[in-house]
Design a protein around this ligand. Structure first.
Ligand code: TPP
Ligand code: MG
Length: 393
């Protein structure tokens, strides 16, 4: 495990489908990127809007959701430490990889998330009150009725499918959803499905099953409208990515299954958006599914049940934290005069207030009713269970 190297920061390519990096394993930035960490555009393209191909309205919308997500995540970590919630998995440092991937989608598209993609649901309009209710498992938890761990959001209206805790199970499910879209809709403008996964879960059998099916299922002779999205934050709890694979990159795995693989700087929202939009257009039209690896770093703990200082060098973490995706995008927008110097701080203050108010309301909602334990399971609740419910009042 090594930190980011300054000479690598200059590496770039202007193609949204770059050749995969085949250099040494330390060439961590052998991937598509648009912005330098200071927010400057690496290679402005005169043929593209703003030289980046990203309209200011898109960049600003992403920044807002990224700042909001960090405000929510930091508050949730604090709540867990106070014993007010049981568990939380934050996306701190991965906000670009999460929000920009979501921003590239349309509302008719489907999402099968992993642990850190709740921000995509929020970005699609999932109410903060419902998000908090799911975390509390309160009576207002319309997603999962208090039956799931926190961070297992779901919304039928938003085509956002509840995560199963068992790692990688969402990937074959995502292939199935994409297959359904291919059967129901005609190219070149089909709804697509995004299946998200972490680096560690790429070692699970389900990931490989999903890639096999993603390649060989070709209804009507076309590829599935499927984007497989790996947020490579370089850790799976205490296991580093080097222990998950001997491949040069995770994107490289795509080739062996007949898919397209792309590696992108996951801390660069503009780069992620560009790659995901290009990939989305490609798969809507019937091209082979695309596996996108977003290279980032888990700057925080795996979850509230983890202490990373016990197994990794936090100097590396600090180096990655200095490549903060929010700072990078905010500096770019300040440079474009779309955002004031203190714009990101003002947004943060606004979202802190929103979270505080939403939290006060969410904590006032009672827990999910005990009777819901047997609902949705039996047409006729067995007498023994009715007696038990009566016993506990
Ligand atoms: C099949 C299975 N094994 C183990 C776990 C416990 N577990 C939960 S998350 C996780 C690590 C996930 O790492 P990664 O896929 O890199 O995602 P990240 O948490 O880094 O976003 C593990 C081992 C699980 N949920 N399911
Ligand atoms: Mg990981």
């Amino acid at each position: 495990m090594s930190g980011p190297r300054s000479d690598d920061l200059e590496q770039t390519t202007t193609s949204p489908f770059p050749r995969l990096a085949v250099g040494d394993r330390d060439a961590m930035f052998g991937c598509f990127r648009v912005l330098r960490p200071d927010g400057a555009v690496i290679a402005p393209d005169p043929d593209l809007e703003n030289g980046t191909g990203v309209p200011d309205s898109d960049a600003l919308a992403m920044l807002k959701s990224m700042v909001r997500q960090r405000a929510i995540d930091e508050r949730m970590l604090g709540l867990q430490r106070q014993g007010r919630i049981g568990f939380y998995g934050a996306a701190t440092g991965q906000e670009a990889g999460t929000i920009a991937a979501g921003h590239a989608l349309q509302l008719r598209d489907w999402v099968h998330p992993a642990l850190r993609e709740g921000g995509i649901a929020l970005h699609r309009g999932y109410p903060l009150a419902t998000y908090l209710a799911q975390i509390f498992g309160s009576a207002a938890d319309t997603s999962t009725k208090g039956r799931q761990m926190p961070c297992h959001y779901g919304s039928k209206a938003l085509n956002f499918v509840t995560l199963s805790s068992v790692m990688a199970t969402q990937m074959p499910q995502a292939v199935g959803t994409a297959y359904a879209m291919a059967l129901r809709h005609a190219a070149p403008d089909r709804p697509l499905c995004l299946g998200a996964i972490g680096d560690g879960a790429t070692s699970e059998g389900d990931f490989h099953v999903a890639l096999t099916f993603a390649g060989v299922m070709r209804p009507r002779g076309l590829g599935l409208p499927l984007l497989l999205y790996v947020q490579n934050n370089q850790w799976a709890i205490s296991t580093p990515v080097e222990k998950q694979t001997a491949a040069q990159t995770l994107a490289a795995k795509a080739e062996g299954y007949g898919l397209v693989g792309v590696r992108v700087d996951g801390n660069d929202a503009l780069a992620v958006l560009r790659v995901m939009r290009a990939a989305a257009e490609h798969v809507r039209a019937g091209g082979v599914p695309v596996l996108v690896e977003a290279l980032t770093y888990r700057v925080g703990a795996h979850s509230t049940s983890d202490d990373p200082s016990r197994y990794r060098d936090e100097a590396v973490t600090r180096a990655w934290a200095s490549l903060d995706p929010i700072d990078r995008l905010a500096r770019y927008l300040v440079g474009r005069k779309v955002l004031a110097e203190d714009g990101a701080a003002l947004l943060r203050a606004r979202y802190d207030e929103e979270v505080r108010d939403a939290l006060a309301a969410a904590e006032a909602v009672p827990p999910v009713a005990l009777r819901t334990l047997v609902e949705d399971v039996y047409a006729q609740v067995p007498a023994g269970l009715e007696r038990q419910l009566a016993d506990v009042g």
